[in-house]
Design a protein around this ligand. Structure first.
Ligand code: SAH
Length: 234
């Protein structure tokens, strides 16, 4: 009887502490959306909802668990980073995509941006050049049931031609110029968001809009992204 009582107490404590652990992250996430995202002017409902539901803490290395909802980027290994929540929200809103759209992301990293987009669009294709990161993201997205995301290991400079054209393309690493294959794989009236500039300094986040054969670019805000690396020739 005594044993049973102890067991019940241990179980109850365990149950409630795991519940409060979940709640803790939910509260932090709501706070992140209010103070970092909405307060800075992001108003798109789908974007806000996606940031509120995707568990960012499951996309960062365990040692950064407590910083997962902080107002900045975090290391994810291999010299790469998961972007600041506000930047993820800003780029997502600007892409202006909806439930019928198919989008391409270059630079899967942790898979967080892909998970956010997957809550908004029909299908997300994402390309990662670092095999270890790509495989880990693929596993993570599968474990969390993000079934409408497909990850490919490869050089995203060339996009993912098989599933083109895309309504939106989001590039999460910086390039000196807009890769022509990505322009080609963008749908007519489609939008691309890409940081353009030197990989060793501040870059410009650019909005690229395609209209027939024409391309219109608009410089948005200064950003600092890791470089778009290229696969060296064999
Ligand atoms: N979107 C990611 C953050 C990405 S950081 C997230 O939500 O976590 C940028 C990523 O781009 C890194 O993982 C880096 O390895 C990848 N990358 C750099 N050059 C690339 C290329 N040519 N093709 C595909 N991915 C590339």
């Amino acid at each position: 009887m005594k044993k049973l009582t102890v067991l019940i107490i241990v179980f109850t404590i365990g149950f409630f502490s795991s519940l409060s652990g979940q709640n803790k992250f939910e509260i932090k996430r709501k706070e992140m959306v209010n103070k970092q995202i909405q307060a800075r002017g992001i108003a798109d409902k789908n974007t806000l909802k996606a940031l509120e539901v995707v568990p960012r803490h499951l996309f960062v290395p365990e040692e950064y668990l407590d910083q997962a909802y902080d107002d900045g980027p975090l290391p994810i290994g291999y010299g790469q980073t998961i972007s600041q929540p506000y930047i993820v929200a800003y780029m997502t809103e600007l892409l202006n995509v909806g439930p019928d759209d198919v989008v391409l992301e270059i630079g899967t990293g942790s898979g967080y941006q892909a998970a956010i987009l997957s809550r908004i669009v029909k299908k997300v294709y994402t390309v990662e050049i670092v095999e270890e990161l790509g495989l880990a993201a693929k596993e993570r997205l599968k474990a969390l049931n993000y079934d409408n995301v497909e990850v490919k290991i490869g050089d995203g400079y060339y996009g993912w031609e098989e599933h083109a054209p895309y309504s939106g393309i989001i590039v999460t690493s910086a390039s000196e110029y807009i890769p022509p294959p990505l322009i080609k794989q963008l749908k007519d009236k489609g939008r691309m968001i890409i940081p353009v500039g030197s990989p060793f300094s501040v870059q410009n986040l650019m909005l690229v809009e395609k209209s027939g054969d024409k391309i219109r670019t608009k410089s948005l805000i200064p950003v600092r992204f890791v470089p778009l690396t290229r696969q060296s020739a064999p």
